[in-house]
Design a protein around this ligand. Structure first.
Ligand code: ARG
Length: 459
């Protein structure tokens, strides 16, 4: 079959080469972006008198028909035409005749594909922002239901100080808020339009790049045609933002796996989010958070993959750049699934408040508060810390928790201890007392919830 670019060639393309170099199998995902870009281009060509108005009109109608056919699943793409751009151009010529061949005037596939990618990344970034918001909403609902729920807070995965479960969940809310902000910020740079850069050097036709910019709703045009067709920073940025987001999703997933283990039993994931074992009938496996954690690897991989593809490329377009697509498509699909599942999983999980409370009541995570108690009575904190170290050791050796010791026992370590130490050591008090801004104290968490809600409203 003759190629759109076949004129210079004396031989047919080797079949294996054709299959190996074709991108149609995956870039057909850009069909509507491709048509959108072409519609703006041809409109501009008509307005500038580069094409007769009737020709531009015919081409537009042809493109719209093709879009309709694609929507209805009536077209078949073919590797004979390599990629989405040439598939659509070929369809156009089949649809409206040789006049379809005028669409590519003053344009190259190089500025065309870059434009398609910009349109795709812009759309997908907005979708991600809205999906992240759903997860934040789910976190907020659970946080509101758990403003009294106490759990051990950890460092080094060792019990450290008790916190409110709401506080723990809200930590993820703010992480996701930064993820959203990063995606939103990247839109500034995705908002540059490469169309009109031609193959690399511009074009001899008197095109109006500002007009296509306006038609496609971009903020500005690339000032340099070489940069316009070589730039994939906006794809990298999407992948980088996706990677950071996935790292957050993975951390929360890991916590959900730990919390739902027999050892912790802090939460129970809904049955509809777990699977059983083919051999061990008692098992309820947290497959979904495990897989979210696992899928993080491929997203990081796509970022590193594209960084590596781009790092040694001379200007301007090189075929290597076709490798920008599968990674970002897979990343978008992975994230979409992850964010939807995560929101549902958070909404439907059961929080085992009693288990969490039992955990904070049976540990030494109130030790810091004894140190603070003595420090408030004038003992330098360092000295207080040493005294409490001895108390904790004494308690452990006598198989007691700090609330089980008697006042006499306390007084043996320091005369500063009074009866009120037993009030100070209760988990409720330990949490409530951390009333510094952004702390886990009830008042602070209530204020944080208000802030989080406002953030979503203004989102
Ligand atoms: N399929 C190509 C890509 O995705 C389109 C651009 C091709 N340009 C070229 N000069 N071969 O990168």
């Amino acid at each position: 079959m003759s190629k759109l670019w076949g004129g210079r060639f004396t031989k047919e393309t080797n079949k294996l080469v054709e299959e190996y170099t074709a991108s149609i199998a995956y870039d057909q995902r850009l069909a509507f972006e491709d048509i959108e870009g072409s519609l703006a281009h041809v409109q501009m060509l008509g307005e500038c008198g580069i094409l007769p108005k009737e020709d531009a009109e015919k081409i537009k109608e042809g493109l719209e028909k093709i879009a309709e056919k694609i929507k209805n699943g009536e077209v078949e793409f073919s590797v004979d035409n390599e990629d989405i751009h040439m598939n659509i151009e070929k369809m156009l010529i089949d649809e409206i005749g040789p006049v379809g061949g005028k669409l590519h005037t003053g344009r190259s596939r190089n500025d065309q594909v870059a434009t398609d990618m910009h349109l795709y990344v812009r759309k997908t970034t907005k979708e991600m922002i809205s999906l992240i918001t759903h997860v934040q909403e789910a976190l907020l609902v659970q946080a509101k239901a758990n403003t009294e729920t106490m759990m051990p807070g950890y460092t080094h995965l060792q019990r450290a100080q008790p916190v409110l479960f709401a506080h723990h969940l809200l930590a993820y809310f703010w992480m996701l808020e930064r993820d959203k902000e990063r995606f939103a910020d990247s839109l500034k740079r995705t908002d540059w339009l490469p169309l009109g850069a031609g193959a690399l050097a511009g074009t001899t036709f008197p095109i109006d790049r500002e007009r296509t910019r306006e038609l496609l709703g971009f903020g500005r045009i690339y000032p340099n045609s070489l940069d316009a067709v070589s730039d994939r920073d906006f794809v990298l940025e999407f992948l980088a933002n996706a990677s950071i987001l996935m790292a957050h999703i993975s951390r929360l997933s890991e916590e959900m796996v730990i919390w739902s283990s027999q050892e912790f039993q802090f939460i129970e994931l809904d049955d509809s989010f777990c699977t059983g074992s083919s051999i061990m009938p008692q098992k309820k496996n947290p497959d979904v958070p495990e897989l979210l954690r696992g899928k993080t690897g491929r997203v990081f991989g796509h970022l590193l993959g594209l960084l590596t593809v781009l790092k040694g490329l001379p200007l301007a377009y090189n075929k290597d750049m076709q490798e920008d697509k599968e990674g970002i498509f897979d990343t978008a699909d992975t994230l979409e699934g992850a964010l939807k599942l995560l929101a549902l999983m958070i909404e439907t999980m059961k929080v085992n408040k009693e288990k969490m409370f039992k955990a904070v009541s049976n540990d030494y995570s109130n030790a810091t508060d004894i140190a603070d108690y003595l420090a408030k009575k004038g003992l330098p904190f360092r000295e207080a810390h040493a005294v409490i170290g001895q108390i904790v050791l004494y308690a452990i050796q006598n198989d007691k928790f700090l609330l089980d010791l008697t006042l006499d026992e306390y007084k043996r370590f320091s005369p500063l201890f009074e009866k009120d130490i037993f009030e100070v050591l209760k988990p409720e008090h330990v949490v409530k007392a951390r009333n510094s801004t952004g702390g886990t104290g009830h008042e602070q968490v209530a204020a944080q919830l208000v802030m989080a809600e406002k953030q979503l409203e203004n989102g």
